[in-house]
Write a protein that binds this ligand. Structure first.
Ligand SMILES: [Zn+2]
Length: 489
């Protein structure tokens, strides 16, 4: 059959690739200290290069200079996780959560940590907390779905948690604050003890205050009616919301004077409790580790990226069309076409390669979207007629104009996919090293975008200089399915 020409006079056999930008700086660093800022940059560069031990040294250095640096704790936790040092990693996330109970990276990191030990219910709690804070995020959703599935799938003996375990985000008023209020109303304890309870509520965001709302009036006496209020609350005559609202009002108007939450020093007792909880948490992790060993617990890892690599390596030649793409497309048949009502209909037969079984994300399912994308477009043939593209799948490699496959091998630094031009092979990467230096699977939407781009080459399109075009040679944003650094707050 003859050949129609659409975009180029001949169908070229060339290898086209698409590049992407790395995105390590998704965690915002807000350090004033120049040294610390420089160290962060150096450490992150090492991490992205996969030089985990060098990165670790620098995060430790930052924590020596600035022991409460949350970003360094998070990054150290992630680095340790990538080194499979999950216990140490979780201790870093624990420290971060002590300071910032709603830190989404730390919540996810903790969930991943528990998941890596097969403590799925505990993992689920953390993913759930992260979900409440950021329900739209794809990484949060992927982890939450993971935990939901495995909790039902694998029954296990949950390891006993420490009695005093305050890692959960405090949502409700603790009983001791209410007891204090009752005793204070009865004159059994003094004002200072009552106020320490209120202070606790402010610090833990149970009474939500802007720093500007806190007055510094020097009113020494708390009016008697506040005491009545506290008594009613302790007796259950008014509910938490009512009491908290009245406390909020009193603080705002300087009737109850509290310290600014950011400058609140921990009391000796609070420091002791914090140390004890930290110690308890470490013992808890030891018990978990022992149980995993004793029970010979089978574990499905929350981040499946490494398992996916192993699956692809087991039967290398089956998933990779590396050789064929080098040979080029000259032995592939040209797509058939027919002219109807002044429109050329060009039919591409596509051979869709198999995938290893049990992959965590469905990338094959999104191929139809890439087909639809190009089927909706109209092109111009040299004779002035319109060209429409149609895709049909075929089981026969010999009949196919295009072979489509998904790969995880290194297809070149920062390369997302390959395609022969006009016909031949299309290879799309399922992941890369651009998030945290470890191999990380892309999220399905990224794989779909790469596929649509490469399929564009497959039907003969070259790169566009228009940055908004799908055929622009670089991708503005690649999203990773399970990389903790891919979470935007
Ligand atoms: Zn390209």
């Amino acid at each position: 059959m003859g050949q129609i020409t659409m975009f180029k006079p001949v169908l070229l056999a060339s290898i086209i690739s698409v590049m992407f930008f790395s995105s390590i700086n998704s965690v915002a660093f807000a350090d004033d200290t120049l040294d610390v800022g420089i160290l962060h940059n150096q450490a992150n560069t090492h991490l992205l290069n996969g030089e985990l031990h060098l990165a670790l040294e620098l995060y430790d250095k930052i924590l020596d200079i600035s022991p409460n640096n949350i970003d360094a704790m998070i990054m150290k936790g992630i680095t340790l996780g990538n080194l499979d040092r999950h216990k140490q990693s979780m201790k870093e996330f624990y420290n971060a959560l002590e300071q910032e109970p709603k830190n989404i990276h730390a919540l996810l990191g903790m969930g991943v940590g528990f998941g890596n030990y097969g403590e799925y219910k505990e993992a689920y709690k953390y993913f759930e907390s992260a979900y409440v804070l950021n329900p739209e995020n794809h990484v949060v959703n992927n982890y939450k779905n993971f935990a939901k599935n495995v909790v039902d799938k694998y029954p296990y003996h949950e390891v006993e948690k420490p009695e005093i375990f305050t890692i959960d985000i405090i949502e409700k008023v603790p009983a001791w604050v209410k007891n204090n209020a009752g005793w204070w109303a009865n004159g059994e304890i003094d004002d200072t003890s009552f106020i320490s309870g209120i202070q606790f509520l402010v610090k833990n965001n149970i009474i939500k205050l802007d720093s500007t709302e806190i007055q510094n009036n020097k009113s020494n006496d708390i009016p008697a009616w506040v005491k009545n209020n506290a008594g009613w609350w302790a007796n259950g005559e008014i509910d938490d919301t009512e009491f908290l609202t009245s406390m909020h009002f009193l603080i705002k108007n300087g009737i109850i004077v509290i310290e600014h939450p950011d400058t609140m020093e921990l009391t000796e007792q609070e420091k002791k409790n914090a140390d004890r909880n930290k110690w308890q948490f470490a013992r808890y992790l030891d018990r978990i580790e022992k149980r995993v060993y004793d029970d010979k617990r089978y574990i499905e890892y929350p981040n499946p990226s490494n398992d996916v690599i192993k699956k692809f390596l087991r039967d290398y030649a089956k998933w990779n069309f590396e050789q064929q793409i080098q040979i080029g497309n000259k032995n592939f048949p040209n797509p058939e076409y027919f002219l109807m009502d002044g429109i050329y209909h060009l039919e591409y037969k596509i051979y869709v390669n198999e995938q290893p079984s049990g992959l965590p994300l469905d990338h094959v399912g999104t191929l139809i979207n890439s087909f639809k994308y190009w089927e909706a477009e109209e092109f111009n043939a040299n004779d002035g007629n319109v060209v429409k593209i149609h895709f049909v799948t075929t089981k026969s490699k010999a009949d196919a104009n295009l072979w489509v496959t998904w790969v995880v091998r290194d297809i070149g630094e920062n390369v997302l996919g390959h395609a022969n031009l006009g016909k031949g092979v299309i290879e799309v990467a399922l992941g890369g090293y651009g998030c945290d230096g470890n191999f990380q699977l892309f999220n399905v939407d990224t794989v779909e975008t790469i596929m649509t781009h490469e399929l564009g080459h497959g039907i003969g399109l070259t790169h566009s200089t228009n940055i908004d075009s799908i055929m622009y040679p670089t991708m503005k944003k690649t999203t990773y399915a399970y990389c903790l650094l891919d979470v935007m707050d």
